[in-house]
Design a protein around this ligand. Structure first.
Ligand SMILES: [Zn+2]
Ligand SMILES: [Zn+2]
Length: 265
């Protein structure tokens, strides 16, 4: 992945993305920290692009595919790790995420989901809470960005929006690849919008509201945790369509029901 927007770069590791956000003073912040054993890839990429360690590692949420290299990188760089406080039980070794739903959405990712690590991850004393004042750029680690609490996929899921150029980092609030089939879809994949990864999503009604909230921002560029970054004139409408039809497009039980109805005809 090359530059996605000014000062925003992405690195794809297998089926998940991490991002770097540069700031005006030359410092930068790492968004998400990838799969187990991806420390080296992230470190090499960071060294290639930056002369210094980041200010911080900021997590969109605590799932294993977004946090696994966080602790060792934070130790090495001597930086804090930020997440929404509602993710803390899953990041302090206290609690596991609910068991994934392997039947959700089909595909290899779903079938394999029972073997994914669900935590509890322990980020120790590196962990800090993201200060949340919705809509205002109050977070010193991402000075030009708004922090948006976008719960649903997980309780403390957050997204980041830069009003200046309408760039939007969405974590797993939604995907630009069919989220249950990352491996099968890795080769050629027409860019389209999908819901959050179904096998791990915690509250579908909140997830739908969060997509609605993000659609209202009319983003110019979307950088997701899974799939390719998207931009273009069609993007705001495509996102509004996903929000309006979230039930049929994203929610597994509804999708199954819709399929059953169409097959019975
Ligand atoms: Zn996730
Ligand atoms: Zn994910």
């Amino acid at each position: 992945m090359e530059a996605i927007a000014p000062g925003l770069q992405g690195l794809r590791i297998a089926f998940v993305n991490v991002f770097s956000v540069s700031h005006q003073d030359g410092s930068w912040t790492l968004i998400d920290a990838g799969l187990p054993f991806s420390e080296k890839l992230i470190r090499n990429w960071a060294e290639k692009n930056f002369r210094t360690a980041p200010k911080a590692i900021v997590l969109t949420h605590g799932h294993f595919d977004h946090v696994s290299a966080a602790r060792s990188l934070a130790e090495e760089w001597d930086v804090p790790i930020y997440a929404h406080s509602l993710e803390f039980p899953y990041l302090t070794g206290k609690q596991e995420y609910p068991a994934p739903n392997p039947g959700a959405g089909g595909g290899l990712m779903s079938a394999l989901s029972p073997i994914y690590p669900r935590g509890p991850v322990d980020l120790g004393n590196r962990l800090r809470a993201i200060p949340l004042r919705d809509g205002s750029p109050a977070f010193a680690e991402l000075p030009e960005w708004q922090v948006l609490h976008t719960p649903g996929h997980t309780p403390g899921h957050v997204s980041f929006f830069r009003p200046q150029d309408r760039a939007l980092l969405v974590g797993d609030a939604f995907c630009t690849t069919k989220p249950e089939s990352f491996f099968e879809a890795a080769l050629a994949q027409p860019p389209e919008l999908h819901g959050p990864p179904a096998y791990f999503t915690w509250d579908w009604s909140l997830a739908g509201k969060s997509v609605e909230q993000l659609a209202k921002l009319d983003p110019n560029v979307v950088a997701p945790g899974h799939g390719k970054p998207l931009s273009g004139a069609d993007l705001p409408d495509a996102l509004k369509k996903l929000a309006a039809h979230f039930g049929e497009i994203a929610v597994p039980d509804n999708k199954k029901r819709a399929r059953a109805v169409s097959e019975s005809r």
